[in-house]
Ligand binder design. Structure first.
Ligand code: PHE
Length: 454
């Protein structure tokens, strides 16, 4: 058994701090470089409606469940299941979360490192005068180098560790209370600039015009996968954060507010990006090529484009940092509570192992490009396994635990703060965790494995 002194656990100090930390985890690269494109490509407004339904019907119930498990047990994801289901194999769900945390941190921090390279390039004028072909070469050759991607990964990883080193309240809470408002301000300014470009209307149309003909079974599945990744659910990040939430916090409204902030930032990111893409007559694309090739090309044609470019990559870096700290905290909480390490030893060990995994992921197009499993390089393997397997499976098991294992009165007691809150939507929540969410997630799986086709 662990010899960790649980009476000395750190915690969040304020309601605002809880929201900023949890929203910081949720808001990340997933919102800025993935959501806008998925929205535009999959029916705009029509997709937005489906996404909203999924967030409310599945995302929020899963998030509430994680926060509840964490706060009730006051433990890291493994310890939480051990405490709530002693002697049962449920703790394996927590273990799966720890494995997912290592993998996500590795590839996610690698991308975060690229944003630092691009901040640097903006400052030295590295994009100026480059054609889109040249920008493609620039990105590809940067990624296939051995030194720089590893270097930027290391810088980002150390920044992450430095914040976690400060502790839950003085590190995570304090820094997210500064970074999240900053992120909002930058994003709003970028939206204003983008919307005032001539021809911006087409981008807004691409994002929002409802096209119901684009909606298929597959769209629904994509929306579900995106919701899981974007809300940081399914791997215990919110179990860990939940365990630091004070007992008088209303977990239900916290989950709703965090999810709404996450959605808002994703939509605003679309408004900041696509009007600019269309204003310059470029066809939209997604992910890496949009972020690191198309946008730099646009920035350098714009008046004041370098300020826009700097703001954009800085925005990405902050969004990523408030997410990476939440993933590192999962590992650190596990090491210190389950393996009985001092918090600082846990941070050093976690950071050290991340250097090995993360640098390997960073070098997936360079020195490690020959290392492949199932035809995927290390980066793609981590990305694919977490987003498509570990997170949805984790989410499924978490709701199953809540809906079918943990006694209903326990979850009611925790959500109502020991009976002091009137729970208006409890029966809806119960229905979601018992039936709706498990069924919906199971369908995604069967489809993903090719056992069921829509
Ligand atoms: N939610 C983050 C994003 O959208 C990613 C993330 C996933 C963070 C899982 C923590 C846990 O970028």
């Amino acid at each position: 058994m662990s010899g960790f002194d649980f009476s000395k656990r750190d915690s969040f100090g304020s309601r605002m701090g809880v929201i900023m930390a949890a929203a910081g985890s949720a808001v990340g690269l997933g919102n800025i470089w993935r959501f806008p494109y998925i929205l535009g490509e999959n029916g705009g407004g029509a997709f937005l409606i489906i996404y909203l339904v999924i967030v409310f019907a599945i995302g929020i119930p899963v998030m509430m469940s994680e926060l509840l498990i964490g706060r009730r047990s006051q433990r890291n994801p493994v310890g939480a299941f051990r405490a709530l289901a002693p002697g049962k194999p449920w703790y394996l769900v927590g273990m799966m979360g720890i494995v997912a945390a290592f993998m996500i941190l590795a590839f996610y921090t690698a991308v975060a490192g690229w944003t630092l390279e691009y901040i640097y390039q903006t400052l030295i004028g590295g994009f100026v005068g480059k054609s889109s072909g040249e920008l493609t070469v620039m990105f590809d050759s940067f990624r296939s180098e051995s030194l720089r991607p590893a270097l930027w990964f290391s810088v980002f990883m150390l920044a992450t560790s430095a914040i976690v080193w400060g502790g839950v309240r003085k590190g995570i809470e304090k820094s997210t209370k500064i970074m999240m408002p900053l992120l909002f301000v930058i994003l709003i300014l970028m939206c204003i600039k983008a919307l005032t470009l001539p021809g911006a209307g087409k981008g807004v149309e691409f994002l929002f015009r409802p096209d119901f003909s684009k909606i298929t079974g597959n769209t629904v599945l994509m929306a579900l996968g995106q919701a899981f990744f974007s809300l940081s659910i399914g791997m215990g990040t919110l179990i860990t954060y939940g365990s630091y939430i004070p007992k008088d916090n209303k977990l239900g409204s916290t989950a709703v507010q965090v999810s709404m902030i996450d959605l808002l930032v994703a939509v605003l990111a679309g408004v900041a990006i696509f009007p600019a893409v269309f204003a310059f007559g470029i066809s939209p694309s997604s992910g890496e090529s949009l972020t690191f090739i198309v946008l730099p090309g646009i920035f350098q044609q714009m008046t004041g484009g370098m300020i826009f470019a700097f703001s954009f990559f800085f925005l990405l870096a902050i969004a990523a940092l408030t997410s990476t700290i939440s993933v590192l905290e999962v590992i650190v909480a596990y090491f210190s509570e389950q393996l009985n390490m001092k918090r600082r030893t846990a941070i050093i060990l976690a950071t050290g192992s991340m250097f090995i995994l993360g640098i390997s992921a960073s070098l997936s197009w360079g020195m490690m490009s020959n290392v492949k499993l199932f035809r995927l390089n290390i980066f793609d393997l981590f990305n694919f396994t977490t987003a498509n397997i570990l997170l949805p499976l984790g989410g499924l098991l978490i709701v199953a635990f809540l809906g079918w294992f943990l006694p209903g009165r326990d979850s009611k007691d925790e959500l109502s703060n020991a009976g002091t809150l009137r729970l208006r939507y409890y029966s809806l929540y119960r229905f979601a965790v018992r039936y709706l969410a498990p069924l919906a997630i199971a369908l995604v799986f069967l489809n993903g494995l090719g056992l069921l086709k829509f």
